[in-house]
Design a protein around this ligand. Structure first.
Ligand code: FAD
Length: 295
């Protein structure tokens, strides 16, 4: 039987993020959470392909107990079963330890044809986990996917971006695919799907189920430690300029050498009646921008 395994991560809603000042990891309990957006498109790609292959779709998430919500959503959208990989031993894992744990889950699930990952999680932002799991399992991987065309005896037929070119590939199975929001559209979840999802049991596996030695996973086993996380501060200074002389004075000021500042001219506003000054200001501004870029 064909089997597709889809990996979904619970991530904070981006405007509600708190960082633990000691471990520099996300305080997941304090954050409102959601399913990582790319992962929903990965699930949709698996469900779309399932229509022609009748594959079983297994949803997997690694995270705290609250990550069940993500799996419940996957079941509601059409996954056949769901597995939560969860234990205090996994807490604080970097991408290496995460991929090691997810690869162990794949081995425990057994035979499979395709692994579906989102391209990138919106909290860690590394886009490493999918390729790393493929590496751990020694299977081919498809990154920069454009579309999946079909699956047949020869393998999976896909199109992907390769720099500025598109490639058509036939990839032998099993293989891993990274899917992003640009790859298709999501079907709406249904009420009957929601009802079905409420009745299904989510399987839970910990380090013992996966035969993982606890000292090889989690924060302390992680080769990457996030030293600090900060949000860059941007300041914007927007002024309305109605007079040509004002613009000249402003340009004169900002063109003084100030190596720590970068200027960007986006839009010039001018009274609709004064077409010629607007034209002059645009020309002047373009000239100034060119000068600025060339110095
Ligand atoms: P990505 O590699 O971006 O995720 C790609 C795909 O893999 C996802 O779309 C999903 O399909 C799948 N996936 C990822 N995690 C899970 C999961 N837990 N369960 C199911 N599927 C999953 N770690 C590092 O090694 N290096 C860093 O530089 C680093 N920086 C970080 C910065 C911040 C602010 C935070 C919060 C974490 C950082 N981490 C880093 C830790 C990293 O987020 C975790 O290791 C995480 O479990 C996996 O990495 P990611 O979020 O970057 O996933």
């Amino acid at each position: 039987m064909n089997r597709y395994i889809v990996f979904l991560k619970q991530v904070p809603q981006s405007t509600h993020v708190e960082i633990d000042p000691v471990t520099q990891t996300l305080k997941r309990s304090s954050a409102l959470s959601q399913t990582n957006p790319d992962d929903l498109y990965a699930l949709q790609a698996a469900l779309d392909l399932k229509r022609t292959t009748q594959a079983e779709v297994v949803a997997v998430s690694m995270g705290p107990a609250s990550a069940e919500t993500v799996l419940r959503e996957a079941l509601q959208r059409g996954a056949d079963r769901a597995i939560l990989v969860s234990s205090p031993a996994f807490a604080g894992s970097d991408t290496w330890c995460t991929s090691l744990t997810l690869a162990a889950a794949v081995r425990k699930i057994g035979t499979y044809n395709l692994l579906f990952f989102g391209r990138m999680a919106i909290d860690g932002d590394t886009a490493q986990v999918g390729p790393e799991v493929a590496g751990q399992l020694d299977i081919p991987q498809i990154t920069n996917l454009i579309t999946i065309e079909k699956q047949d005896e020869a393998g999976l037929h896909v199109r992907r971006m390769a720099g500025r070119m598109q490639q058509s590939l036939i990839v032998q199975l099993p293989c891993a695919i990274m899917v992003s929001r640009e790859n298709g559209s999501l079907a709406c979840p249904t009420l009957s799907g929601w009802r079905r999802a409420q009745q299904q049991t989510i399987i839970r596996w910990d380090e013992h189920d996966l035969s993982i030695e606890p000292s090889t996973v989690g924060l302390h086993a992680s080769p990457t430690q996030v030293a600090s996380t900060t949000v860059p501060q941007h300041t914007k200074d927007i002024r309305w300029i109605t007079q040509g002389s004002e613009l000249t004075a402003l340009l004169h000021t900002i063109l003084q050498p100030q190596p720590t500042h970068a200027y960007e001219f986006n839009t010039l506003f001018c009274p609709a009646s004064s077409k010629r000054p607007l034209h002059r200001m645009r020309t002047l501004c373009r000239h100034v921008c060119l000068q600025r870029h060339s110095c």
